[in-house]
Ligand binder design. Structure first.
Ligand code: SF4
Length: 253
């Protein structure tokens, strides 16, 4: 982590548990850059995470109060915390398996209630920490430890799900679009309603090695190829958009 972010980190925790090449390390830096950009007082910020690799982004690293909760229950804990201490900026950071699969019901109802939470979903399209199982976000045809012949089902489009559930701010970017991620997180935190930011984050260990992307560099390159900005996508046909992931801000109500 670069020196200008040192003040946001617990000095006694100097290493992360992430595999080499994991996108979560990049996302960790981007979250802190957004916090720094807004000049937030870390004593007034509460970070909540569930279980999984992404849940280790805030806890134990960030020099703030962090709640590391049960698998799938980060949004439920954050809802309770927000009701009890509404003055705190409450930010949930967790993975797609935790937030959208196991905890999917908490997520859609928090969006429906439009509670003042910022939810950052690190989407690596697989269950990373628990062994590379198929997630509700795994792409069609993706090989995982529980779908060795390829995923037969369509994945959730998390941003469309959040928009339909009533979230006031919805955005998706990839760690290969770092400035856009920082800007989206800043806007989400400033929104006094339910804000959802999906960040595509490569998992070379569980996803890449099963899907012909053995090296972290190949995963980053692939993300660069498939991500298309919303404005650009509007001018493309269905055929050209096949296999692409549209990124941008989808809702800013
Ligand atoms: S298993 Fe995947 S998501 Fe988890 S730390 Fe390793 S690369 Fe990152």
């Amino acid at each position: 982590m670069s020196r200008d972010l040192e003040e946001y980190l617990r000095q006694e925790v100097k290493t992360t548990p992430f595999c080499p090449g994991c996108g979560h390390g990049i996302l960790m830096g981007l979250v802190l850059r957004a916090i720094k950009g807004l000049d937030l007082d870390m004593d007034q910020v509460l970070f909540v995470s569930g279980i999984g690799c992404a849940a280790w982004i805030p806890s134990p690293h960030f020099a703030a109060d962090t709640l590391h909760t049960l698998h799938g229950r980060a949004v439920a804990f954050a809802t309770g915390a927000k009701l009890f201490r509404p003055e705190l900026t409450t930010i949930v950071i967790s993975g797609d398996g935790d937030l959208a699969s196991i905890g999917g019901n908490h997520l859609i109802h928090a969006a429906r209630r439009d509670i003042d939470l910022t939810v950052i979903c690190a989407n690596n399209m697989i269950y990373g920490m628990t062994g590379g199982q198929l997630a509700s976000t795994s792409p069609l045809g993706a090989r995982t430890s529980t779908s060795p012949r390829g995923n037969p089902w369509r994945p959730f489009d998390l941003c469309r799900l959040m928009e339909a559930a009533g979230a006031s701010f919805v955005a998706r970017f990839s760690v290969t679009q770092p400035l856009s991620v920082i800007e989206a997180i800043k806007r989400a935190i400033q929104k006094p309603h339910f804000a959802f930011v999906e960040v595509l984050s490569p998992c070379p260990t569980q996803f890449g090695r099963r899907n012909q992307m053995a090296s972290p560099a190949e995963m980053i390159e692939r993300l660069r190829e498939i991500c298309v900005m919303k404005e650009e996508a509007e001018g493309l046909g269905a055929k050209e958009l096949e296999g692409k992931i549209v990124t941008g801000v989808f809702v800013d109500a």
